[in-house]
Design a protein around this ligand. Structure first.
Ligand SMILES: [Fe+2]
Ligand SMILES: [Fe+2]
Length: 188
């Protein structure tokens, strides 16, 4: 199963993104060990999280309409945000993976969302701390991920928001909801 997915994914992604996907898989396994999850499922979600990443903006929009994804205002001006939702549908219809956890983990891996499951959180965080990441503060998040999973998620969300704000880009509402939810469940 995994081997087949890797073969197909290799044809869909450039080398850098393929390597990133493999790195996210490694990070997700490490994180997943701390929870009682089916590692095979974690591997599939991690491998496929960016399967739509090599699509151009116009292709993402076309596929979004094809799959009936409601494209919001922010996604219209930043179609790359659609690589999560479109990737989720590709995993279902191109890779034949019919699993709600995998679908949602891929769908929300860029924005996050409130009420994320731990499975979704693992993929979100693994994407952040994979070894190919080198943004400022990544080492701290990497360390925290294995000490305090929830706090590492909040740090990742903050880092995304800082990035978006520094570039004067619009913030996706799901990311705000994700952050508020993280803060509230942490009792802060
Ligand atoms: Fe992504
Ligand atoms: Fe990624």
């Amino acid at each position: 199963m995994i081997h087949k997915i890797e073969q197909k994914l290799k044809e869909m992604l450039d080398e850098k993104r393929y390597i990133h996907s493999k790195n996210v898989l490694k990070a997700a396994i490490e994180l997943g060990k701390n929870f009682n999850f089916d590692l095979e499922k974690i591997k599939i979600a991690a491998l496929l999280h960016d399967c739509a990443k090599n699509l151009r903006d116009d292709e993402l929009l076309i596929k979004a309409y094809k799959y009936g994804i409601i494209v919001d205002e922010i996604q219209k001006i930043q179609p790359f945000l659609l690589h999560g939702p479109v990737g989720a549908y590709l995993s279902k219809f191109e890779f034949g993976i019919d699993d709600e956890d995998i679908f949602n983990a891929i769908y929300y891996h860029t924005t996050g969302r409130k009420d994320m499951t731990i499975f979704e959180e693992i993929i979100y965080l693994a994407d952040f701390i994979s070894i190919d990441r080198n943004f400022e503060g990544v080492e701290e998040i990497r360390k925290k991920a294995f000490e305090n999973f929830e706090e590492a998620l909040l740090m990742s969300c903050n880092s995304t928001l800082t990035y978006v704000i520094n570039r004067n880009l619009p913030i996706h509402p799901l990311t705000i909801e994700f952050r508020n939810w993280l803060l509230m469940k942490g009792g802060k």
